[in-house]
Design a protein around this ligand. Sequence first.
Ligand code: URA
Length: 203
Amino acid sequence: MRFPFMSEFLTLAGLAAEEEICTRCTLYRDATQAVPGEGPRGARVMLVGEQPGDAEDLSGRPFVGPAGRLLVKALAKVGLPREECFVTNAVKHFKFEPRGKRRLHKKPDAGEIDACRWWLDHERAIVRPGIVVALGASAIRGVLGRAEAVSRLRGTLLDLDAQTKFLATIHPSFLLRLTEEADKREQWARFLGDLGIAAEWTR
Ligand code: URA
């Protein structure tokens, strides 16, 4: 049994190295690698997604697949460049179901999200963002430690603690699943509105 050194938690690189050997739940067994959060220490905004997808699992970087490209586009629209944000996930390993040659995304369960809060909390302690934006229900659980509906919290600036604001919105993959043009337009505008609240808060 190897115990992590507290000093390793003082840098994001040290934390990432510990995440890579994490066995707090069973998802490490099938994933290619852990996908740590990415971005500058001291970033004003921390964005939390659900879990790495196929592209993220292979590259080792968060939000580089289709949902990530949409997120980056939305961030740019509201004046929040991705490079200035810390981007991470509630769960650090890809959970999937093999289907032929493909790996289909499977939603992480509450136990997996709760086990991974350890890493999310350490990332937050190191980065010390002014605002944490949760993208979707898994992220909300990861940040708050309890289940809350996106629809109940969405778009309202809350206090996470004395130094940190909290904002919930949808996950960008929700937008990718919409088929009706009118829905897409409406939900995109709402998403920009939510992210705009975070952007506004940083100014
Ligand atoms: N979806 C997520 O929640 N996170 C990623 O990193 C990619 C897709």
